[in-house]
Structure formats: C-alpha cells, structure tokens
Design a protein around this ligand. Structure first.
Ligand SMILES: C[S@@+](CC[C@H](N)C(=O)[O-])C[C@H]1O[C@@H](n2cnc3c(N)ncnc32)[C@H](O)[C@@H]1O
Length: 351
C-alpha cells in the first residue's frame, strides 16, 4: 500500500499489537523482544524474528516510524508481581523508551500496562511516566480500557497511555461493543476437554453475576486448605479466594487471563451439561481476539504465559483505527507542543 502508516512494535511478545495494527492498515518496520520462546512464536506467525533486547539496539538502527507501540513489562507494577516499579530494572525500561522517542520523534506513542500502574507508589510511577512523555513534547492522556467492552468475554482492564504530537487522543470516539458471554466463544463439543469429577468441586447455591465485571462466580475446586490462621467455619473461603480455585459460569465473562499462570488453571461451569472443565488453550487465545489460524507455541506452559502477557486484539485494532480516523499522523507544526508542562488531560472514568 502506498503511503502506508508505519509503526514499531517494542516488547512485541507474540505480536498482539502487530496483528491489530496490521489489520488497521499499518506496516510494521521493526520489532524487539528478548524472550526466545516469544520470538519463536512471533517468527512462526509473521515470518520474521524480532530484534533482541531493546536496550541493545543502537538508536541509529531504529527506522523512522509514525507510531511506537510498547506493552512494556508489567511485572514490576503488577499486583501479582512484586510491585517494585522503577527500582526493578524492567521498570526502568520505560526510560529507554523515552530515549527512542527523543531520538525518533514518532507522531504517536501507544503504551499499554496493567491497571495497577495507576496506584503504584501512590500514583507517583504513573506521574513520572506521564510527565516524562510531556517533557518530550507530547499531549498525554490515558484511560483504563477493558477487553469486555471490545466484544471479548474477558474482564481484562489495562491502562492505555497515548502521547500524541498533533492533538490529544480522544478516547470517547472509540467504538465500544457489547460484551458477549463466554459460551459463544467455546470450542465445539468434540474438543479435547479436561472435565473435573463431581467430587473435585463445590457449587454455591445462588450464583450472582457481578455487575461491574460480568463474572458469574459459581463455585470452587475442592483443594486441600492451608489451615494456619483460618477461623473456624471459614475454611471454604480460603479455597474460594485463591484465584486458580474459582469456577465461573460460561454465561458470564471470564476473569483476566494472567501471565503468571503456566498450567492454565481456568475452570468453567457449563450449566447445560452441569459440568466443570478447563478452558482450552485455544479458547484462551480466542477470548483475547487472536485469529483462529494463529500458531500457538508448542510448549503449553509458554503458550499460557504468552497469551496472558499479550493484548486484547480487538481493542488494539480499534485504537489503531482511531489513530487514523482522528488524523493523528498529520502533524501541523503550529500545533506541536514543545514546551514543558502543558496541562495533562486525564480521563479517569471507566468505560
Ligand atoms: C507485557 S509483555 C508484551 C506482550 C505483547 N504486547 C504481546 O502482544 O504479546 C512484555 C514483553 O517484553 C519483553 N521484554 C522484556 N524486557 C525486554 C527487553 N529488554 N527488550 C525487549 N523485550 C523485552 C518480555 O519478554 C515480554 O514478552
């Protein structure tokens, strides 16, 4: 395509950003990923291997591009990780992104991270990120977006940060679509399913759909319990509250597929069969919006980690489309902000 808009795919993982941006008409000029398993999956799907550690790529070797995308490592900020933020060397990777931005001046920067980034270090980490981008001469805004508002049956909240040269990204222009229940995303009946025996789980009597998340908690797996410190008659709660023990109905949405889960302990309840089974790996990729022909890693544990680390594809596709629709790639010199401390525009509301 002539005059095709371009992007670079940093911390590319298995290429979630690439699928969404290519769908919207962008051309990928470069990708970078440090993990060999991710690189292999990426190579299998896109026919090229990402470059290595982003900090080792000379700035001069990075091609000029319109959009820089980076789902930079979230473990330092994640509620599931150790929450060390910038103290962790992976957290400081953000400052390397800033060096690339300074050198290459892309028109749009799209960063994605876990929701907890907002609260990390009482909000200071996010403030540093936003201020750093602003000091580089960008309009900066952010919003929490949820996969379930992009047609996926998954309650997956992520912070999306936009830094733009032309004018601020307008989140309210995004097309949000209704959440569908998990049951319409399941494999056909003849799949290779792992059902639980009836004595392996307990169903609660009156399951309720949690309005905010759309999850329908129906029961828990009967795992051995850790008794120390547990009050009498609350033993079952210790099972219930451990995420891998919770069972959700397919009539609701699925909880976030996390990157820490390498054995796929996601259990779903099928009311029409009155049975509980594991969500298949294929179903995990489907509820992130990956295409059916996506080549999943042959290592199951890597495949689970990779999908949990990735992005909701329909959300990325919509954001990439909006970059074009909102004409954020045609920089009008008079509107460029080069001065520090322009008012940041924050959108705290949830969709
Ligand atoms: C949150 S994941 C991003 C996943 C990606 N958005 C996707 O769709 O799969 C962060 C990725 O950054 C990679 N990473 C960590 N440090 C890196 C570095 N120094 N250079 C390049 N990639 C790195 C990790 O291996 C991981 O795959």
């Amino acid at each position: 395509m002539k005059n095709q808009p371009t992007f670079i795919d940093l911390f590319s993982g298995i290429g979630g950003f690439r699928i969404g941006f290519e769908k919207s008409g962008f051309e990928c000029l470069m990708s970078s990923e440090i993990n060999d398993y991710c690189k292999k999956t990426y190579q299998n799907n896109f026919g090229e291997s990402p470059l290595c550690d982003v900090t080792k790529i000379p700035l001069n070797d990075i091609p000029d591009h319109d959009v820089l995308t980076a789902g930079f490592p979230c473990q330092p900020f994640s509620i599931c990780g150790k929450k060390r933020g910038f103290e962790d060397t992976r957290g400081t990777l953000f400052f390397h992104i800033c060096e690339i931005i300074n050198a290459k001046q892309p028109k749009v920067i799209l960063l994605e991270n876990v929701k907890h980034l907002i609260h990390h270090d009482s909000g200071n980490t996010l403030t540093v990120i936003l201020n750093s981008l602003e000091e580089l001469g960008y309009h900066v805004n952010f919003k929490l977006l949820n996969a379930k508002n992009f047609g996926m049956p998954q309650n997956r909240e992520r912070i999306i940060i936009f830094a733009t040269k032309e004018k601020p990204f307008n989140f309210s222009k995004c097309n949000f679509s209704q959440t569908e229940s998990l049951e319409t995303f399941l494999d056909d009946d003849d799949g290779d399913f792992e059902f639980l025996n009836k004595d392996e789980y307990t169903l609660i009597e009156n399951p309720i759909v949690q309005k905010e998340s759309g999850l329908m908690f129906v029961g828990y797996r009967n795992k051995a319990i850790w008794k120390t410190g547990i009050r009498e008659n609350t033993e079952h709660l210790s099972r219930v509250h451990r995420q891998p023990n919770r069972i959700y109905s397919v009539q609701g949405t699925h909880p976030t597929i996390p990157s820490q889960e390498s054995s796929g302990r996601f259990f779903i309840y099928l009311p029409n069969k009155d049975a509980v089974r594991k969500l298949t790996i294929k179903e995990c990729y489907r509820i992130m919006g990956f295409p059916e022909d996506f080549k999943i890693s042959e290592s199951k544990s890597e495949a689970y980690k990779q999908v949990g680390n990735s992005v909701c594809i329909p959300m990325v596709t919509e954001l990439a489309t909006q970059i074009l629709n909102q004409q954020l790639l045609s920089v009008n010199e008079s509107q460029r902000i080069t001065k520090k401390h322009k008012q940041l525009s924050f959108e705290f509301d949830f969709v």
